[in-house]
Design a binder for this molecule. Structure first.
Ligand code: PMP
Length: 415
């Protein structure tokens, strides 16, 4: 590819692409254009190497071993925790709990803090933009406790109705759980404002950071949120791991999530005592290799610099919004002023699955469907969208290829 359109960026996209071997392939005979980054990002060599190095060189169970491999594995695992702490700017490393991902982080809070603090008649507020992962755990909790769920409405441009949120808040509100950025529309939510309003009403706040972690600066101390959940695989890391930040005093007071090895101090049939933070919440042998590679992924992002990455991705989003928006019969879904690099759209009269399949024939990987946000699709009266989501290795040439595909689809599918 000749022109990689690095115009406004100080980064060399070709060099970055070389670090992602998966990108250098043909799909259906055409060069792969991978636009499904909101579902999962591709992994750079440093991440793949971290996994291989661990299994080839120092695979051992962590924390209890005194032999050299166990000590090396433990150090690498705990070093990752430090990297995550700095990545979200947590005050203390003990406030970082490794999880399977964002879903598990949210489930953990619902099942521990939620069970302990939500009762009959209480209210939990989520938003109409939320992923099923940030809806269903709260529904399970509400059902168990006789509490109810209130929903912040979504405006026509895909942003949240903050005035309506203020009206929903009351002394009954125990928890507010919203995403930092929407996976379906890309909307960036005013989380600082949401946290401040919720705290004024006496509620705790969990932020689902799954879509923010690769694009937005995260500072849990400045935000003053109570919990913040992320997934490694959305930020160039491996699947099956992620992290939950929680304020120390809350984590200390919460009951354990799961029982097992590692999360205990002493066990007897008369009385078991629990381990200190963060181990109290990490029962059993964790996903050691992936946690280590998670750290490598975050270091990859730190090395490039998130503001530089975001500037480039925003440029791709602007370009794609203009180009795709100009295709006949395309309706963009989600046009909020502040967005991460997610472009959702439908072509009137053509099913999103058909669009996705036809783009795949050109080597263009997009996601189609409800994106695990069925209530949001209902809000817009649609079954689903076509979603192109951009990462640091994407290019304007790839977007041009997608747009050409869309134009052909409209030409041939429309009477
Ligand atoms: N929340 C949002 C906004 C997401 O985009 C996702 C993943 N699509 C999740 C939660 C769940 O993340 P995971 O599947 O990694 O647990």
């Amino acid at each position: 590819m000749a022109d990689l359109n690095t115009a406004t960026s100080s980064i060399d996209i070709q060099k970055i692409r070389e670090q992602f071997p998966i990108l250098d392939q043909k799909v259906n005979g055409k060069p792969l254009a991978y636009f499904d980054n909101a579902a999962t990002t591709q992994k750079p060599l440093v991440v793949i190497d971290a996994l291989v190095d661990y299994y080839k060189g120092y695979n051992a169970n962590i924390h209890r071993g005194i032999h050299t491999l166990a000590e090396k594995a433990t150090k690498a695992y705990e070093d990752s925790r430090k990297v995550v702490q700095e990545f979200v700017n947590a005050n203390e490393v003990e406030e970082i709990i490794f999880t399977k991902g964002t879903s598990e982080g949210i489930n953990l809070v619902a099942a521990t803090y939620g069970r302990q603090n939500v009762g009959p008649g209480d209210e939990i507020i989520v938003s109409g933009l939320d992923h099923h992962s940030n809806i269903v755990p709260w529904q399970i909790l509400a059902e168990e406790k006789g509490a109810s769920i209130k929903v912040i409405p979504v405006l026509e441009d895909g942003s949240l109705d903050i005035k309506a949120f203020e009206d929903l808040l009351s002394e009954k509100t125990r928890i507010v759980a919203v995403n930092h950025a929407s996976n379906s529309l890309g909307t960036i939510n005013p989380v600082s404002e949401i946290v401040a309003l919720a705290h004024k009403a006496g509620a705790k706040v969990l932020i689902d950071g799954a879509q923010a972690s690769a694009h937005l600066e995260i500072d849990v101390q400045a935000l003053d949120c109570d919990f913040y959940a992320i997934s490694a695989h959305k930020v160039y890391g491996p699947t099956g791991t992620g992290a939950l930040y929680g304020k120390r005093e809350l984590l200390e007071a919460m009951p354990p999530y799961q029982g097992g090895g590692e999360m205990i101090k002493n066990v007897s049939f008369e009385k078991t005592t629990y381990n200190d933070l963060p181990y109290k919440f990490e029962a059993g042998t964790p996903n050691i290799a992936d946690v280590i590679a998670f750290g490598s992924a975050l270091e990859f992002v730190n090395d490039l610099g998130k503001p530089v990455m975001a500037a480039y991705e925003n440029e791709l989003l602007r370009y794609a919004t203009q180009k795709v928006g100009g295709v006949q019969d395309v309706r963009l879904i989600g046009t909020a002023a502040n967005k991460v690099s997610v472009l959702s759209f439908i072509i009137e009269g053509i099913h999103p699955f058909d669009v996705g399949q036809m783009l795949d024939a050109r080597g263009v990987a997009v996601r189609t469907g409800h994106h695990c946000t069925e209530p949001l699709m209902d809000r817009f009266g649609i079954e689903g969208t076509v979603r192109a989501s951009f990462a640091i290795y994407n290019t304007k040439d790839e977007i041009d290829n997608m747009v050409e595909g869309l134009e052909r689809i409209v030409k041939f599918m429309k009477p």
